[in-house]
Ligand binder design. Structure first.
Ligand SMILES: [Cu+2]
Length: 468
């Protein structure tokens, strides 16, 4: 963990600088808590709390939790809003805005009843603020620029201070030039653990935020005026196959908390297990209100905590069910060519453009293995090599790996599942009888008002061959 986190402003350890609460906001930089930054997108192991009340830390997918210092019983954190470079998957980096070196920012973990003070330093070229989504706090700490505070000017540090009253799952993000700042990746998670460490206790507790970006293939910076037509869909600003797997032990009680700060809903789907929604950003759900699901739709501005018992061994896909959200940028502008025979056209164009390639006439699956020259800093539309070949996915996709031998506290990936003999789908090699087909005409609920002539469609193929 230490290797990936560097100390930007060296601070001589908790307690070395004892300042009263009233002094902190006045004396400025000399007494700020250290601004710890993460240099890479690796999932950090959960940090056990060294000071303050005990809790079971969460694991931030391709992320980390922000260290704090105790100052006269106040938990002090230092967030730095700044431009960052985020690797979205090996082979592609993006110029984003985030906190403490990464987008999303680090997860903040506190305990119900904690007094919390967050220093926010603005290293962006414009003003910002931090809104603490879902929290009960004094109105003036709510972080809405113009409404509850002036924006934090570029180069300045503001202090937020409140008691973490309600246990649960929250998010943080700017309420200042939101469209730009959130399109650039400014967001983070906040966990307020319950005072009673046994309340809703689970064996593994993963958290991540859904994100969406519009980055033109070959470029590095998101287009910030995009409203709906994003082309990269992310878990914690990473796309498959750059998203770490969630590795759990068979029998574990697993919680996954997913927050949505994109502009659209995401139906998040787990294979092989049923789950229940045990929490929202409004709090824990009443057990009597829960029903089983395999997909939870997470609307814009919502968080859903799902829980399940990892009973079944295997490599279980976990992904957004909107299929264009499991696809990277290259796929978003292709025409439909299924059923179009353009052999002749391709040959003709090849004489003029040697590398010309026709895509999609048998569906898009060929894209997985296509050796297509891509612009620099661009990921293939769908990729990922599994034990049986190309996975054909991108974007919001990862895997829950359930293993017998995964030790408690071990979050590392031990490779692909080894299927017991006779448990993998296999090819039928016998005779294929003709499929029985229903040849009756379709009915209708009401008779037509007037008889219309059936329409005949003529498809004109390239080279002038007409067909029906
Ligand atoms: Cu989605």
């Amino acid at each position: 963990m230490d290797k990936l986190i560097s100390r930007r402003n060296f601070f001589k350890g908790a307690g070395a600088v004892a300042v009263s609460a009233s002094l902190v906001s006045r004396v400025g930089a000399a007494s700020l808590p250290e601004a710890v930054v993460a240099n890479g997108p690796a999932t950090q192991p959960p940090p056990m709390p060294q000071t303050g009340r005990p809790f079971s830390p969460v694991v931030t997918l391709n992320g980390w939790s922000l260290p704090w210092r105790m100052n006269n019983n106040v938990k002090e954190f230092h967030l730095v809003a700044e431009p960052v470079v985020r690797e979205m998957a090996p082979g592609m980096k993006a110029n984003l805005w985030g906190y403490n070196g990464q987008s999303p920012g680090p997860t903040i973990e506190v305990v119900e009843g904690d007094r919390v003070r967050i220093f926010v330093t603005n290293k962006l070229p414009e003003h910002t603020s931090v809104h603490w989504h879902g929290q009960r706090l004094p109105n003036g700490m709510d972080g809405v620029t113009g409404l509850t505070q002036p924006g934090i000017p570029a180069g300045k540090t503001f202090v937020y201070e409140f008691e973490a009253k309600r246990p649960g799952t929250f998010m943080y993000h700017p309420h200042a030039d939101e469209m730009v700042q959130m399109a650039m990746g400014m967001m983070g998670f906040w966990i307020t653990h319950p005072k009673n460490p046994n309340f809703m206790k689970v064996d593994r507790d993963f958290v991540f935020l859904l994100g969406s970006y519009d980055i033109t293939p070959g470029s590095y910076t998101p287009r910030v005026n995009t409203m709906l037509d994003f082309n990269l869909f992310t878990f914690n600003s990473r796309v498959f196959p750059g998203i770490d797997t969630m590795n759990v032990r068979q029998g574990d009680r697993v919680r996954i908390r997913v927050g949505n700060l994109t502009m659209t809903n995401h139906p998040i789907h787990l294979h092989g297990h049923e789950f229940t929604v045990t929490g929202t950003d409004g709090g824990w759900t009443n057990p009597a209100s829960r029903w089983p699901e395999v997909t939870a739709d997470i609307a814009v501005g919502q968080m859903r905590a799902i829980e399940f018992d990892a009973t079944d061994l295997g490599d279980w896909a976990f992904h957004c069910h909107k299929s264009h959200h499991t696809m990277n940028a290259m796929g978003h502008n292709l025409p439909t060519l299924i059923g179009v025979d353009h052999k002749g056209v391709a040959e003709k164009i090849n004489k003029l453009v040697p590398d010309y390639m026709v895509m999609g006439e048998r569906g898009m699956a060929d894209m997985e293995s296509m050796e297509m020259p891509l612009p620099d800093n661009t990921l293939p539309m769908m990729t990922g090599k599994g034990p049986f070949g190309g996975v054909g996915m991108g974007g919001m996709f990862t895997i829950v790996k359930v293993r017998k031998e995964q030790k408690p506290g071990d979050y590392s990936d031990h490779g692909w599942y080894r299927h017991p003999a006779g448990t993998v789908a296999y090819e039928w090699t016998g005779a294929l009888p003709a499929a029985s087909r229903n040849s009756s005409a379709g009915g209708q609920s009401m008779p037509l008002a007037s008889k219309t002539k059936p329409v005949e469609v003529t498809v004109r193929k390239p080279l002038g061959h007409a067909g029906h």
